[in-house]
Design a protein around this ligand. Structure first.
Ligand SMILES: Cc1cc2nc3c(=O)[nH]c(=O)nc-3n(C[C@H](O)[C@H](O)[C@H](O)COP(=O)(O)OP(=O)(O)OC[C@H]3O[C@@H](n4cnc5c(N)ncnc54)[C@H](O)[C@@H]3O)c2cc1C
Length: 488
């Protein structure tokens, strides 16, 4: 197969960029094609009235020396060039439930000690819980760099246990059950569906250490794009891929919206797999596969209020705030995060306020283009924002009087700006009742067509980077790649 590129990557989200970096570093000629003018997908930020807002990457974990994400950031040449601000070690996340606030502290012992003050009779259960979270994380090969005999190994047993059922088995204290599930927005959790595996990895990831980016998550995009270009890769923006091309041996490249054809020996898709299914027409991808991919349910989307505060009025919160208004954390929440502009900041300039929202709430406007959705849509957004800001005021009295301006986004915005199906935050919904059906491999039946991004392996910075390593390993050889990562 004679081709212009070794690899063409569809989509420049985190997964596309990390794959581009790894493959270019391994000497392959790479092109990344992005439909938007700006690369980055969920890592994008935007400016309004001089302040920056992050859209889909607000905090990261495990970045202390030797911890799992730090190892990958070193390999990706990111560590020395980004500035991080550590979240409060005595409470990086705060869960507000039935009128009380519960701090999640870094480190298993501190986590157990602080929660045990609220639940003195439950110290053993809390300790057991943290040990189980760590044990699950430790078994995950590329997360812990242990059990590396098979880096592609998936923890199917913990994929078949639901997070809610596990927590119920641990303690009869309903309040504690809810508090332990208090980070469920980080994975779009559904009580009777979400596997324990994802909860455990995310819990351990942030419990090890937790940070915000100083100045915004888009630094990752700039650095990865610069490195990819320096290594000879190309990043084409403002151009959707319309079609993957095939001959009888496999994929031959892609066709862009402007009918330009990019030839390549390998194709990696970083877009939502259901969208990819509309671009592939080859007998190698069977109808049954397409049907399965299209039938997987999505995680919920959200409604977001982006807030600009008046200068020097609102104290900077060095933690993330998860508020649950009802009896069960699985029934609804908002979460609230401040943006970090510089180290040791005293006051905050911008913040985001999220509440989960289903696609059906915005479905009436789904076929209308941005900016042309009419007065009813604007009214819907204004009412929702008002209700959310009033709820915020109840939690942090005096806050709304310091708001200078605010903007909103809906599931339609996520659909339009990241291309994710139904605007879902984290892509497909993993289901412990159907672990195989709701799992998507990085491999397809086409030998040189691969998948990357949050819908394979796992979502989030760690899940997507590990997934990208697994995807690229199928092209460059996984053992060689792991050796490179270990040796940086
Ligand atoms: C609100 C929100 C908050 C989050 N907060 C965090 C957090 O604090 N920490 C964390 O670790 N994770 C967080 N996440 C999750 C994390 O951002 C994602 O899991 C991850 O960034 C997804 O990366 P991806 O590679 O799957 O690509 P995506 O970000 O989904 O990007 C896909 C790209 O493909 C492009 N594309 C789509 N169709 C085409 C086409 N036809 N042709 C060309 N290009 C196309 C899109 O424009 C987009 O740029 C958050 C997510 C959301 C939504």
């Amino acid at each position: 197969m004679s081709s212009k590129y070794d690899v063409v990557i569809i989509g420049s989200g985190l997964g596309g960029l990390v794959c581009g970096y790894i493959l270019a570093k391994n000497g392959l000629k790479v092109a990344i094609v992005e439909k938007h003018d700006i690369p980055g997908g969920c890592l994008q930020t935007f400016l309004r009235k001089g302040v920056k807002f992050e859209t889909g990457m607000h905090y990261i974990g495990s970045m202390d020396e030797g911890q799992s994400l730090q190892r990958f950031f070193k390999y990706l040449s990111l560590t020395d060039k980004i500035e991080l601000s550590r979240l409060d070690e005595a409470g990086y996340d705060v869960v507000s439930y039935l009128g009380d606030r519960y701090a999640y502290a870094n480190g298993h012992e501190a986590f157990t000690d602080i929660l045990s003050r609220h639940f003195p009779k439950e110290r053993n259960s809390i300790g057991l819980y943290m040990r189980r979270m760590e044990a699950i994380a430790e078994r995950s090969p590329l997360y812990s760099f242990k059990n590396m005999e098979n880096p592609y190994w998936m923890d199917s047993s913990n994929m078949q246990i639901g997070v809610a059922e596990y927590i119920r088995s641990l303690t009869d204290d309903v309040k504690l059950q809810n508090v332990l599930a208090g980070i469920m927005p980080l994975y779009g959790g559904v009580a009777d569906k979400t596997p324990l595996y994802y909860h455990a990895l995310i819990t351990d990831f942030y419990n090890k250490s937790a940070f915000r980016f100083v100045g915004g998550s888009d630094i990752i995009v700039h650095l990865l794009c610069d490195s990819i270009r320096e290594m000879g890769g190309e990043i084409i923006t403002g151009m959707p891929v319309n079609k993957v091309n095939f001959d009888h041996n496999g994929a031959t490249g892609v066709t862009l919206l402007n009918n330009e054809i990019i030839e390549a020996s390998h194709v990696i898709s970083d877009i939502h797999p259901a969208l990819l299914m509309d671009m592939v027409d080859t007998p190698m991808i069977r109808k049954a596969y397409k049907k399965r991919i299209r039938s997987i349910k999505q995680t919920l989307s959200n409604f977001t209020v982006y807030i600009k505060f008046r200068e020097d009025k609102v104290p900077y919160l060095n933690y993330n705030y998860y508020h649950y208004p009802g009896k069960s954390v699985w029934d609804g929440h908002f979460f609230y995060m401040h943006m970090c502009d510089r180290q040791n900041q005293k006051f905050v300039k911008s913040a985001v306020l999220f509440e989960s929202m289903g696609w059906e709430e915005v479905a009436p406007w789904k076929n209308l283009p941005p900016g042309e959705r009419g007065a009813e849509y604007e009214d819907f957004k204004a009412r929702k924002a008002q209700q959310m800001l009033l709820n915020l005021e109840k939690q942090f009295p005096g806050t709304i009087s310091h708001i200078e301006d605010f903007w909103t986004s809906t599931p339609l915005t996520y659909r339009d700006y990241t291309g994710t199906l139904e605007g879902s935050m984290y892509g497909i919904l993993r289901d412990k009742n159907a672990p195989t059906e709701s799992f998507i491999s990085h491999l397809t039946k086409v030998p040189n067509l691969f998948l990357a991004g949050q819908n394979i392996n796992a979502h989030g910075i760690m899940g997507v980077i590990i997934g990208s390593v697994l995807t690229c390993g199928a092209i460059t050889g996984i053992d060689n790649l792991i050796k490179q990562i270990k040796n940086v």
